[in-house]
Design a protein around this ligand. Structure first.
Ligand SMILES: Cc1ncc(COP(=O)(O)O)c(C=O)c1O
Length: 401
């Protein structure tokens, strides 16, 4: 989730001129003919991010996995797997998707596994990371040396201000703290894993690494790999890629281990949009546009973080001539995306494009109120748009009984 999400700022990098809204909708592509709402992902932008990640891999020899929790649009996997080493999964379903559709390495981590989870993961995973020594001891015999095992450690240091996104907050359930680290149970453990970043630059990683090394450094050289988790905003314009490379190279040299990164956001940062139309404009103390989308169902992080997504061509309230509150389709009174201003009046049918909607929005959306899910559109490298998935009544019904 872009720093824009945490800090409510406008992202600086919008590089698709053909997405710009004008009176005729979207010129150059077939997007203006596609029924809204839809998420649209641009392969050329995705590839641009992947080239940055490939550079890091090449320069450092680290492995980079796609975190499926952040981006799981599998029609793009043929492109992603040309660059990345595999996926990291948070559940047997994600792991199965990774195995079936990505087909390279599958790593898993969850705060706890049931017997059933482990049965499923054993069919699909190369690495399973445990969140406690109790879980490791419970399942280690089942792994039979066929799957590499890891322990998630908690370095008890993070610089994440939003509490629900801070894995190292006091009393966090994420990872084993030094106090609970049982060095007598490391037989069969080939790696350690930590995740303590959220949309952060490599200077924060440097400080997190320092904390992790101070606490767990003596165990690192006993391992085959150390996984630095996700939250590295590597493809953001101001990200210091060279510092990241240096940190990885130095770490590998110092401890003689493989380094693994598992970003979600950095893979698909700024490569997707949610396109929506105005259904009605009403007034209650201010102009309110009701969209054919919803914060609650189609962009849930706008309420969870909360943050105000950027809309192409928009300004802050009052900055441009016409100011509107944009509201969603559900019964939730707070289903409000935010207040925006525009140069032109919003009319019924005006299309608006919300930026940076490939990550987390697509995997977290819901059908609350029976609201239809947005279609999924892929813009191929030549600029041709293809609807890869449409959703309907069956998708809503099949989630229920
Ligand atoms: C264990 C773990 N790995 C990777 C990620 C991916 O993080 P991001 O999408 O911020 O890069 C997360 C995100 O919550 C995570 O919890």
């Amino acid at each position: 989730m872009a720093n824009s999400r945490l800090q409510g700022k406008t992202p600086g990098r919008i590089e698709t001129p053909f997405y710009a809204i004008n009176d005729t909708g979207f010129p150059k592509t077939g997007l203006s003919r596609i029924e809204t709402p839809f998420y649209v992902v641009d392969e050329a932008l995705l590839e641009k991010n992947l080239r940055v990640l490939s550079y890091v891999k090449k320069k450092t020899g680290c492995k980079i996995l796609l975190a499926l929790k952040g981006f799981a649009m599998h029609s793009t996997f043929p492109l992603i797997k040309k660059h990345l080493d595999g996926v990291c999964a948070s559940s047997p379903h994600e792991a199965r998707l990774g195995k079936e559709k990505f087909g390279k390495e599958v790593h898993a981590f969850a705060p706890a596994y049931s017997e059933n989870d482990i049965r499923g993961l054993l069919k699909t995973c190369d690495h399973i990371v445990f969140n406690s020594f109790a879980q490791w001891k419970k399942y280690r015999k089942k792994l039979k040396g066929k799957v590499e095992a890891g322990i998630r450690i908690n370095p008890e240091y993070a610089e994440v201000e939003t509490e629900i996104y801070n894995p190292c907050a006091p009393n966090s359930r994420m990872g084993v703290t030094l106090k609970n680290f049982d060095e007598t149970e490391l037989q069969g453990i080939s790696g350690l894993h930590f995740h303590a970043l959220c949309e952060q630059n490599s200077d924060t990683l440097e400080r997190v690494l320092k904390a992790a090394e101070e606490k767990f450094g003596k165990y690192f050289s006993k391992m085959k790999w150390v996984n630095f988790g996700g939250g590295h905003h590597i493809t953001r314009k101001d990200y210091d890629v060279e510092k990241l490379c240096k940190l990885i190279i130095d770490f590998k040299k110092k401890y003689g281990v493989q380094v693994i990164l598992e970003p979600g956001e950095a893979v698909a940062l700024n490569v997707g949009f949610l396109v929506s139309s105005v259904l009605d404009v009403i007034n209650n103390g201010m102009d309110i546009a009701i969209m054919d989308t919803s914060a609650e169902t189609h962009m849930p992080d706008t309420l969870a973080m909360p943050y105000r997504p950027y809309i192409i061509g928009s300004g802050n309230p009052g900055e441009k001539k016409y100011t509107y509150r944009l509201g969603g389709l559900t019964c939730l009174s707070g289903d409000v995306i935010g207040d925006y201003s525009f140069d032109k009046k919003l009319e019924i049918g005006t299309r608006l494009a919300f930026t940076d909607m490939a990550i987390y929005s697509m995997v977290k959306n819901t059908t609350f109120n029976g609201v239809k899910l947005p279609s999924v559109v892929l813009v191929k490298k030549g600029g041709k748009a293809k609807v890869v998935r449409k959703f309907g009544y069956e998708d809503y019904k099949n989630r229920l009984s």
